[in-house]
Write a protein that binds this ligand. Structure first.
Ligand code: IMP
Length: 199
């Protein structure tokens, strides 16, 4: 039987990436809206770890109140830029206050006079088992911030992030290539490895 997992997101790109990274066979993934949860979950913690845990616990409790027993996980991702002291980091989604294009513009403007463009994406996944036990998984990818946008695949900061060892941005790569090296792909594979031990 497939293992039922609830992913605390409604971001279609993330779901697509996670389904691809987990592989079809052993798992069935439901999103929040598929579970009838339509609220915005607060992301008020100062760290990726804290926000991932906050989201997973919120959904776990909500499902419990609906008498649904499931394995629940949430992710939080940040783009950490060395020359900006790790910013935007946990603020990545809200960096400019005006959405993805504003966030990218702000990063490019802040790096204009900086020599070092080293950055990493970091994803933390927080998973809660039906018995309430909690686990955390991390994935990172290092790279650099490009001088302008390139490509239109993917989402978020993908057009300005070039992973180490590549000459393309994440937004110029097919999804399977991004998944094979990305922060989220790595965090998901760490989680999948652990889940396999539970099957
Ligand atoms: P969150 O994990 O949804 O809170 O993401 C935080 C911010 O990082 C958002 O602005 C996303 O667009 C961005 N982000 C998350 N994952 C990725 C990714 O794989 N590529 C590019 N940007 C991402």
């Amino acid at each position: 039987m497939k293992q039922k997992l609830v992913f605390a997101t409604n971001n279609a790109h993330k779901v697509e990436e996670i389904v691809a990274a987990l592989g079809g066979g052993d798992f069935s993934i439901s999103t929040l809206s598929e579970c009838g949860i339509n609220e915005d979950i607060p992301e008020t913690e100062p760290t990726l770890e804290g926000n991932a845990a906050l989201k997973a616990r919120f959904v776990f409790e909500r499902l419990k109140s609906m008498s649904v027993e499931a394995m629940v996980f949430a992710d939080d991702t940040g783009l950490e830029i060395e020359a900006l002291g790790g910013a935007p980091g946990v603020m990545s989604a809200r960096y400019s206050g005006s959405g993805t294009q504003g966030n990218i513009d702000k990063v490019l403007a802040e790096l204009e006079r900086k020599e070092c463009r080293i950055a990493q994406f970091r994803t933390v996944i927080h998973l809660i088992e039906p018995n309430g036990e909690e686990h955390s998984f991390e994935g990172k990818v290092e790279g650099e911030i490009l001088f302008e946008r390139n490509g239109d695949e993917g989402f978020g900061y993908d057009p300005i992030f070039c992973p180490q060892g590549f000459e393309q941005s994440f937004a110029q790569m097919p999804l399977e290539v991004k998944n094979s090296i990305s922060h989220r792909g790595r965090a998901v594979r760490a989680m999948a490895q652990w889940l396999q031990t539970k099957l």
